[in-house]
Write a protein that binds this ligand. Sequence first.
Ligand SMILES: NC(=O)c1ccc[n+]([C@@H]2O[C@H](COP(=O)([O-])OP(=O)(O)OC[C@H]3O[C@@H](n4cnc5c(N)ncnc54)[C@H](O)[C@@H]3O)[C@@H](O)[C@H]2O)c1
Length: 268
Amino acid sequence: MTAMRLADKVCLVTGSASGIGEACVKTYAREGGKVIIVDRDLEGAQRVAGEIRSAGGVAEVFRANVAKPDEVEAMVRFALDRFGRLDVLHNNAMFSVFSKRTADIDLQGWQRTLDVSLTAYWYGIKAAINQAMLAQGKGSIINTASTSGLTGDYLQCAYNVAKAGVINLTRVTAIEYARKGIRCNAICPGPTLTQGMQLGIEKGFSDAKYLAEGVPMGRMATPQEIANVGLFLASDESSFVTGTAVIADGGLTAHSGMRYAPGRGPDW
Ligand SMILES: NC(=O)c1ccc[n+]([C@@H]2O[C@H](COP(=O)([O-])OP(=O)(O)OC[C@H]3O[C@@H](n4cnc5c(N)ncnc54)[C@H](O)[C@@H]3O)[C@@H](O)[C@H]2O)c1
């Protein structure tokens, strides 16, 4: 029998009551990780924990709004109190104002987007490093960024800026702590069919068919396909991988975006 890939590693994932985060905690737990589900949605987090425990995994729940630094510090303390260490911090929660042109975004929406989708990631990193990983001399930090951090999208300026920031936050953290045993990597998913995405489709912010057509593979990712990347970055299999932004986008960012004529594109 092969060993489980995250045997006894303590893994905390923010925004894990839903979508990509949910797929990540379930995957990490299936591979032997002891997971901490952090979300502001307590009911959702408890559902996910229940499903992990029913499958024989180890899961704890911590309710937090990651936009609040004291709650981020408390979530790391919780991991240490429960399990005595923190091996993997996966920053993943997000908020975004959508469907507004750059000059139409209001200051409140801009700030909330940056608070939840960028500043909270930095604060999580700070808490994990200072409270746990430096003393351990080991740790893997994963940040869910996005293809939206690599290129621009229409009507998502604040989100694009936050995700681009997450990618460079990842690089700086990686180089500064590389000799302390702490790795830091980002994941850049393309469009992924999560509960959050589904909600956006229902509200008319996005269109499922249109989104899928823009991807060379002709479809969105499943949350599991993104969690598989997280699993690699969380495990010691990626021991020489740090400071990268792993793209999992079905070819989206490999394409220049130019559409010459019918028959000279994905329909060829
Ligand atoms: N779905 C996509 O197409 C896609 C593509 C690229 C990147 N991403 C990124 O993947 C990550 C997860 O996205 P998803 O689609 O799975 O989202 P989702 O909406 O399905 O899940 C997000 C979770 O985060 C929680 N959350 C939101 N704000 C929070 C806060 N302040 N404190 C604590 N928890 C909070 C929500 O309650 C929810 O459970 C995000 O960082 C997102 O930007 C998603």
